[in-house]
Design a protein around this ligand. Structure first.
Ligand code: GLP
Length: 251
């Protein structure tokens, strides 16, 4: 069904807010309220232009920003469609990607890019270790139901998990392997989150345009004594597929 007849969005020409922005926010609201459902076709630039008597540029800009923010996706030659809602990631528990995805009914997977023994002074320093410390470095493109979600580079202290690089992590959880094969129990982690844009390498792997907003995270994971660092991870999550969730209590 054409969206043109269905959508009557409020555009206020007297408002100081730019028209493209009003249109974008109104479309966003339609998506968030469920009036437009995942995979529904969005109105085309031309339909928006005609329905609202706006310029093609204005319509294009509203759609381009919705795409950049992950609300819609485009299919060459077919138009724009409503994207699936973002994955909401809680920040309270020390969970693995596999657990996170399973909790949402999705299947976790990976494309293993690197699995090797390395020394890395900067990582060692971050963990407060001797610069000569050896790590198993595991670089994976993380997939949910086969779709790229994140690029994750983990450094595990080798002497706690010798031979870890030999496992095939395509369909295997790292945390589960640490626990079941090496008897390591994870206790807690410290994690930071920053905004960044995808560089060319990340963009290509994750299937987004360079410059797409990303969530860049670093995690240091400790064993269950709470003080022995075991893992340092740098992750880049697709900002258009992921949002973070924290519950805050008033003091
Ligand atoms: C999350 C964390 C990583 C951790 C990974 C383990 O993605 N951000 O720090 O290494 O989970 O995931 P899995 O056990 O699925 O390999």
């Amino acid at each position: 069904m054409s969206m043109k007849r269905k959508l009557i969005l409020p555009i206020d020409r007297g408002s100081p807010l730019p028209i493209y922005y009003q249109l974008k926010e109104a479309l966003k609201q339609q998506i968030e309220s469920g009036a437009l459902k995942p995979h529904d076709r969005m109105p085309s630039e031309r339909e928006l232009e005609e329905a609202y008597h706006i310029s093609r540029m204005t319509a294009r800009r509203a759609l381009a920003e919705l795409e950049a923010e992950g609300y819609i996706y485009r299919v060459q030659g077919k138009g724009s469609f409503v994207a699936e809602p973002k994955v909401r990631q809680g920040l309270l528990w020390l969970t693995s990607f596999t657990e996170d995805m399973r909790g949402r009914g999705m299947r976790a997977g990976a494309k293993v890019l690197r699995a090797e023994v390395v020394k890395d002074e900067r990582v060692a320093r971050r963990l407060g270790l001797d610069p000569a410390e050896e790590f198993v470095m595991l670089q994976r493109l993380r997939l949910a139901d086969g779709k790229p979600m994140a690029l994750e580079t983990s450094y595990l202290r080798r002497h706690f998990c010798p031979g870890l690089e030999k496992y095939d992590f395509t369909d295997r959880s790292l945390y589960r392997t640490l626990q079941e094969e090496y008897g390591l129990r994870l206790g807690r982690a410290e994690q930071t989150v920053e905004a960044k844009v995808a560089d060319e390498f990340e963009a290509e792997l994750l299937g987004v345009k360079p410059g797409t907003p990303m969530l860049s995270m670093e995690r240091i994971t400790y064993l269950d004594d709470g003080q022995t660092p075991i893992e340092f991870v740098r992750s880049v999550y697709r900002g258009d597929r992921y949002k973070l969730y924290v519950e805050l209590k008033r003091r």
